[in-house]
Design a protein around this ligand. Structure first.
Ligand code: KG4
Ligand code: ZN
Length: 332
């Protein structure tokens, strides 16, 4: 079965064609970084308007690159939550219209479920596994026991990990989004130069918190003044990044131990981080746990993962009616 996946939950307009839940025939993303860059974060109304401009060309190109026609599709899959309401509505309304016009079924997909399953686009991973999803909007830890069997273990109590990267980048005048720039600068800095705090949750909790760290960086910069910290900026980036990485790795590894799970899957934009990949792998190796990293293009928001999750539900006979609404706070 051919499934067209559409993703517009935040600031990427994405579409992909997936064959039999496995082979990616096309996977296109139109990023809005240039639109939101000057504001240092996503501006919801601008995001919706940009989706309106991009949705038709991106879907058209996804179909063309896949070398298929609309009539060949067995179904559509589209994110209906969580995310920005205005952004979600663009993709959802678009897909509903085309589905109705062509008489091809469609299914609404939970964006979080799609991230948790994205690894299957490249390889099979035996269940169960611990999935760590860290992006600009989410920092979540799940126990994935099977398709559609997800146990929420923990989440961030304040900022998402990617948001912390973006806010620190903004404080240092590095532009938006900031994760990749900090990652690059950190490779020339010393991660032990500054001892930024790592928040610790009560024992038994798998939650995360990044606001204390963000405030600590802010105080550090303010106390020194730009002229002084400018010379140290690679060390600041490396020390901040190391603290985020430690706070992501510790609960993930603890979950593998306490729940006796031998596999970890990383996903979300922050999981592209080079130091996170190294440190998670190091710690996992020490205790005999295997870590799976999907390719960067499948960790960040993309249409292929939406098509994959949709394929799984369509194959089980589920279809959505035309009254399905966007759900900004959808949980899993
Ligand atoms: O998953 P994603 O593309 O979009 C959503 O947030 O849903 O993730 C984007 C986030 C941004 O906050 C960005 O700064 C962060 O991922 N990011 C990184 C890296 N590349 C992107 N954070 C740390 N290191 C990176 N190399
Ligand atoms: Zn996402």
């Amino acid at each position: 079965m051919l499934v067209l996946g559409v993703e517009t939950s935040c600031d990427d307009t994405a579409a992909a064609v997936l064959l039999d839940g496995r082979t990616i025939l096309s996977n296109l993303v139109s990023s809005q970084d240039e639109v939101h860059g000057p504001y240092g974060g996503v501006v919801p109304e601008l995001a919706s308007r940009q989706h309106m401009r991009q949705i038709l060309p991106i879907v058209d190109q996804a179909i063309e690159r896949a070398g298929i026609g609309l009539k060949d599709l067995g179904g559509f899959a589209v994110t209906y939550g969580p995310g920005l309401t205005g952004s979600l509505l663009v993709g959802l309304s678009f897909v509903k219209g085309v589905s109705f016009r062509c008489g091809i079924p469609y299914i609404g997909v939970n964006h979080l479920e799609a991230h948790l399953l994205a690894v299957f686009l490249e390889r099979d991973v035996p269940f169960p596994y611990i999935a760590m999803l860290a992006s600009g909007g989410h920092t979540l830890l799940y126990l994935v026991r099977d398709f559609s069997d997800y146990i929420h273990l923990g989440g961030t109590r304040d900022d998402a990990a990617g948001e912390a990267f973006d806010k620190v980048a903004k404080m240092m005048g590095l532009g938006y989004p900031g994760g990749r720039v900090i990652d690059q600068m950190a490779s020339n800095g010393d991660p032990r130069a500054i001892s930024f705090p790592r928040s610790r949750m009560k024992s038994g909790s798998y939650d995360f918190s990044f606001s204390g760290l963000k405030t600590a960086v802010w105080h550090y910069l303010r106390d020194r003044g730009q002229r002084q910290w400018e010379d140290q900026k690679n060390d600041i980036a490396a020390s901040f990044q190391e603290a985020v990485v430690d706070m992501l790795v510790a609960p993930t590894m603890r979950a593998t131990k306490e729940l006796r799970v031998r596999r970890v899957v990383l996903t979300g934009g922050v999981s592209v981080n080079s130091r996170l990949r190294i440190k998670m792998e190091e710690k996992a190796k020490e205790v005999g746990v295997k870590v799976y990293f999907p390719s960067p293009a499948l960790c960040t928001d993309n249409g292929a993962m939406i098509a994959l999750a949709g394929h799984h539900w369509l194959e089980r006979g589920r279809r959505d009616a035309l009254d399905l609404n966007a759900d900004a706070d959808l949980t899993l």
